[in-house]
Design a protein around this ligand. Structure first.
Ligand code: FES
Length: 141
Protein backbone atom coordinates (compact mmCIF):
# COMPACT_ATOMS: atom_id res chain seq x y z
CA UNK A 1 0.00 0.00 0.00
CA UNK A 2 1.26 3.45 -0.86
CA UNK A 3 0.26 6.48 1.16
CA UNK A 4 1.10 10.14 1.13
CA UNK A 5 1.95 11.82 4.42
CA UNK A 6 1.18 15.35 3.28
CA UNK A 7 -0.82 17.01 0.56
CA UNK A 8 1.28 18.17 -2.40
CA UNK A 9 1.11 21.83 -3.34
CA UNK A 10 2.86 24.06 -5.81
CA UNK A 11 6.21 25.39 -4.63
CA UNK A 12 7.27 29.00 -4.17
CA UNK A 13 8.68 28.76 -7.70
CA UNK A 14 5.24 27.92 -9.03
CA UNK A 15 6.58 25.05 -11.12
CA UNK A 16 7.51 22.17 -8.87
CA UNK A 17 5.48 19.76 -6.86
CA UNK A 18 8.08 18.00 -4.77
CA UNK A 19 8.01 14.46 -3.45
CA UNK A 20 10.37 12.59 -1.17
CA UNK A 21 10.06 8.90 -1.97
CA UNK A 22 11.14 6.46 0.73
CA UNK A 23 11.44 2.73 0.18
CA UNK A 24 9.80 0.98 3.10
CA UNK A 25 10.99 -2.48 2.09
CA UNK A 26 14.72 -1.77 2.26
CA UNK A 27 16.69 -3.73 4.86
CA UNK A 28 13.88 -6.15 5.57
CA UNK A 29 14.82 -9.28 7.48
CA UNK A 30 12.90 -12.24 6.09
CA UNK A 31 12.03 -15.42 7.92
CA UNK A 32 10.03 -18.22 6.32
CA UNK A 33 9.03 -15.88 3.52
CA UNK A 34 7.66 -13.25 5.89
CA UNK A 35 9.15 -9.96 7.08
CA UNK A 36 10.52 -10.09 10.60
CA UNK A 37 9.76 -6.94 12.57
CA UNK A 38 10.19 -3.43 11.26
CA UNK A 39 12.36 -3.08 8.17
CA UNK A 40 15.17 -0.55 7.98
CA UNK A 41 13.15 1.31 5.37
CA UNK A 42 10.14 1.50 7.70
CA UNK A 43 12.40 2.73 10.47
CA UNK A 44 13.78 5.50 8.26
CA UNK A 45 10.29 6.34 6.99
CA UNK A 46 8.91 6.67 10.52
CA UNK A 47 11.79 8.89 11.59
CA UNK A 48 11.27 11.09 8.54
CA UNK A 49 7.54 11.34 9.20
CA UNK A 50 8.23 12.23 12.82
CA UNK A 51 10.77 14.93 11.94
CA UNK A 52 8.55 16.26 9.16
CA UNK A 53 5.86 17.20 11.67
CA UNK A 54 7.98 20.26 12.50
CA UNK A 55 9.45 20.72 9.03
CA UNK A 56 8.81 24.05 7.28
CA UNK A 57 8.32 22.25 3.96
CA UNK A 58 5.98 19.54 5.23
CA UNK A 59 3.14 20.77 3.01
CA UNK A 60 5.28 21.52 -0.04
CA UNK A 61 7.41 18.38 0.04
CA UNK A 62 5.26 15.34 0.87
CA UNK A 63 6.83 12.07 1.93
CA UNK A 64 5.59 9.10 -0.06
CA UNK A 65 6.40 5.55 0.90
CA UNK A 66 7.04 3.10 -1.90
CA UNK A 67 7.50 -0.67 -2.03
CA UNK A 68 10.80 -0.68 -3.92
CA UNK A 69 12.94 1.51 -6.16
CA UNK A 70 15.05 -1.36 -7.53
CA UNK A 71 18.15 -0.49 -5.56
CA UNK A 72 17.58 -3.20 -2.98
CA UNK A 73 21.26 -4.06 -2.53
CA UNK A 74 21.99 -0.43 -1.58
CA UNK A 75 19.45 0.05 1.22
CA UNK A 76 18.12 2.28 2.58
CA UNK A 77 16.96 4.19 -0.45
CA UNK A 78 15.23 7.55 -0.94
CA UNK A 79 14.56 9.76 -3.97
CA UNK A 80 13.90 13.45 -4.51
CA UNK A 81 11.65 14.35 -7.42
CA UNK A 82 9.84 17.45 -8.63
CA UNK A 83 8.34 18.73 -11.83
CA UNK A 84 10.97 20.42 -13.95
CA UNK A 85 13.84 19.35 -11.69
CA UNK A 86 16.51 16.69 -11.65
CA UNK A 87 15.49 13.47 -9.95
CA UNK A 88 17.96 12.03 -7.46
CA UNK A 89 18.12 8.51 -6.06
CA UNK A 90 20.25 7.92 -2.97
CA UNK A 91 21.16 4.64 -1.31
CA UNK A 92 23.35 3.32 1.49
CA UNK A 93 21.47 5.40 4.06
CA UNK A 94 21.59 4.22 7.66
CA UNK A 95 18.08 3.43 8.79
CA UNK A 96 18.56 4.89 12.26
CA UNK A 97 20.58 8.03 11.68
CA UNK A 98 19.90 9.49 8.24
CA UNK A 99 16.51 11.16 8.61
CA UNK A 100 17.67 14.65 9.53
CA UNK A 101 20.29 14.62 6.75
CA UNK A 102 17.63 13.54 4.24
CA UNK A 103 15.38 16.46 5.21
CA UNK A 104 18.35 18.85 5.13
CA UNK A 105 19.12 17.65 1.60
CA UNK A 106 15.43 18.02 0.71
CA UNK A 107 15.65 21.65 1.81
CA UNK A 108 18.61 22.17 -0.53
CA UNK A 109 16.79 20.43 -3.37
CA UNK A 110 13.70 22.55 -2.84
CA UNK A 111 15.68 25.80 -2.83
CA UNK A 112 17.37 25.15 -6.18
CA UNK A 113 15.25 25.83 -9.29
CA UNK A 114 16.98 22.94 -11.08
CA UNK A 115 17.19 20.73 -8.00
CA UNK A 116 20.95 20.46 -8.43
CA UNK A 117 22.63 18.98 -5.35
CA UNK A 118 26.40 19.52 -5.60
CA UNK A 119 28.50 17.01 -3.68
CA UNK A 120 30.19 19.71 -1.60
CA UNK A 121 26.86 21.09 -0.35
CA UNK A 122 25.11 17.84 0.48
CA UNK A 123 24.93 16.60 4.08
CA UNK A 124 27.58 14.02 4.94
CA UNK A 125 25.15 11.08 4.87
CA UNK A 126 24.24 11.88 1.25
CA UNK A 127 27.72 12.61 -0.11
CA UNK A 128 28.16 8.95 -0.97
CA UNK A 129 25.57 6.51 -2.14
CA UNK A 130 24.17 8.56 -4.99
CA UNK A 131 22.63 6.04 -7.39
CA UNK A 132 21.02 8.21 -10.05
CA UNK A 133 20.74 11.80 -11.23
CA UNK A 134 18.04 11.88 -13.89
CA UNK A 135 17.37 14.91 -16.11
CA UNK A 136 14.01 16.62 -15.73
CA UNK A 137 11.15 16.22 -18.12
CA UNK A 138 10.35 19.44 -19.93
CA UNK A 139 7.67 21.53 -18.24
CA UNK A 140 4.40 21.65 -20.11
CA UNK A 141 3.39 25.14 -21.25
S1 FES B 1 13.77 -2.94 -1.30
FE1 FES B 1 14.31 -0.80 -1.19
S2 FES B 1 14.91 -0.38 -3.23
FE2 FES B 1 14.18 -2.41 -3.36
Amino acid sequence: MTTTANIPTTSCFGVADHTLFVCKTCATIWQDGKPLGESGGQQLLHQLQHLAQDWDLRDEFPIQEVECMSACNRSCVVAFAAKGKLTYLFGDLASDSSASAVLECANQYYAKPSGLLPWSERPEALKKGILAKIPPLPLSQ
